[in-house]
Design a binder for this molecule. Structure first.
Ligand SMILES: [Fe+2]
Ligand SMILES: [Fe+2]
Length: 467
């Protein structure tokens, strides 16, 4: 019997292979050998899983796929196929495919034909559903709405998401190149960061929203990009020029580059570090300097990166590491980046098993550190940017509705837009967005946040709603 783990790892391949057969079938005739081969591969992949699980439901929720209610993690290598499949499902209003019993290649062929032609129908989902009624091993379910989206908003979200993942995948490439000893320059990195800076200037909230989703496969790369985004967004609020913002974003992207020298067994350890392991962890600032000094075309920006890599854990009051004999003024970039770094670190799950801190909890912890480990002035700007209730915070409203902070406005820090996911009766209904600045005819606010709650306790998956 396949264990849950195996279902989990094989799940990415299911999405990938399903995308492959749909793409192939869309351009070839049904009997074509390319289609049959792809279908056979898919069936061979699915049947053992169906046999062991009894039934397999592949479901789309938000921008994620689930298999028997276990979410399939986004995987960078398959990203285009993930995106493709999500779009194709959405176009048809298709929410789920249920694989009810062992299937034959012919079943899948019928499904494919119905799937592809349904797009030409006025009501694609109903047509698809009728067309596969004769296939006993499969059935389909309708897509449930996660939120209402204004015209055009969807495209902006897509653009932001693309640019975010592009940055992550670029970062992965660079880190791996440096790891393997390849000489790299930072010209391309500069272009990637420039793109993000432009987006932050235009769509700050959406890009910040991307950093709120922490549940990815590859922590290091996402962390680097998140810290870069948070730093640039903070820098923007400080009034830094675009040129400086780009340099800051670039420097932030490489702050943890020294971690390439830390063995994966330590880096990905699910439990706490031992004293010996901490000794190794604390060396990454030195190793970062060493890696950055080796960059091709060494210039002022690489110098600045090396300084920040060295200083980013030292703290405002020098209580961190590495320890130096003399105190000095920390680099301005280091002060910004260490704020972003701490916040993202606390709110991320570095490894599967670790439960991340909720954003508001992380902020209140940082509040205690302000003036000691953290620069108090910069922290004020930071909290102003993140909001009193950061994007992704689970909140209870005075209407008893439960929702996620979706977007916050600088003018009304305590009155963000909230995506309601449980209605006043505690039922999971189609979600909707409410604006907490809205008042009734007497001038009273319609809704107010009563308290924040722990999303982990409610098993709420942020990515489903925010991506
Ligand atoms: Fe670090
Ligand atoms: Fe870091």
């Amino acid at each position: 019997m396949a264990s849950k783990e195996e279902v989990f790892t094989g799940a990415k391949d299911i999405i990938n292979q399903l995308a492959v057969i749909i793409r192939t079938a869309a351009i070839h005739d049904p009997g074509n050998v390319a289609v049959t081969t792809a279908v056979d591969k898919f069936v061979a992949l699915m049947n053992p899983l169906i046999a062991s699980e009894g039934e397999l439901t592949l479901e789309l929720g938000g921008e994620f796929f689930y298999i028997n209610e276990t979410r399939i993690r986004y995987s960078l290598e398959y990203l285009p196929n993930f995106d493709f499949l999500i779009r194709e499902f959405k176009k048809r209003g298709l929410g789920s495919i249920v694989f009810k019993s062992i299937m034959k290649g012919a079943d899948m062929q019928t499904f494919l034909k119905a799937f592809i032609s349904s797009i030409f129908s006025q009501s694609p989902f109903e047509t698809l559903s009728e067309d596969i009624a004769g296939v006993h091993s499969m059935s389909v379910g309708k897509l449930r709405k996660v939120r209402d989206e204004a015209e055009g908003e969807f495209d902006i979200r897509r653009e932001v998401k693309k640019s975010y993942f592009n940055a992550v995948s670029y970062t992965r490439g660079v880190i791996n190149k440096i790891k393997s000893g390849e000489k790299i320059g930072i010209k391309k990195a500069k272009r990637v960061v420039e793109g993000m800076v432009d987006l932050i200037l235009e769509e700050e909230q959406l890009l910040l929203g991307m950093t709120a989703i922490k549940d990815y496969d590859e922590y290091t790369y996402h962390h680097s990009v998140n810290v870069s985004i948070l730093s640039v967004a903070l820098g923007q609020r400080l009034g830094l020029s675009k040129k400086i913002l780009t340099e800051l974003g670039l420097v932030a992207l490489f702050h943890d580059i020294g971690k390439i020298e830390i063995p994966n067994e330590i880096l990905n350890k699910p439990t706490n570090f031992t004293d010996d392991e901490w000794v190794i962890m604390k060396k990454h600032p030195f190793w970062g300097v060493r890696a950055l000094l080796k960059l091709r075309g060494f210039d002022a920006t690489s110098m600045r990166s090396a300084i920040v890599a060295f200083e980013h854990h030292m703290n405002y009051d020098f209580s961190g590491y590495p320890k130096t004999r003399k105190r000095f003024e920390l680099d301005f970039y280091s002060k910004i980046i260490s704020l972003a770094d701490q916040y993202d670190g606390m709110t991320s799950s570095r490894v599967y098993s670790r439960i991340p801190m909720s954003p508001d909890r992380a902020l209140s912890l940082m509040m205690e550190r302000a003036g000691k480990q953290l620069d108090p002035i910069l922290f004020k700007f930071f909290i102003n940017m993140i909001g009193v209730f950061p994007v992704g915070t689970l909140v209870m409203l005075d209407t008893k509705e439960l929702g996620l902070v979706y977007q916050s406005e600088a003018m009304f820090l305590d009155r963000p837009k909230v995506l309601v996911i449980l209605n006043g009766k505690g039922e999971k209904a189609d979600s909707y967005i409410v604006d907490l600045t809205e008042k009734d005819s007497n001038g009273n606010f319609l809704r107010t946040i009563v308290k924040t709650m722990d999303p982990n306790k409610y098993k709420i998956n942020l990515a489903e709603y925010l991506l």
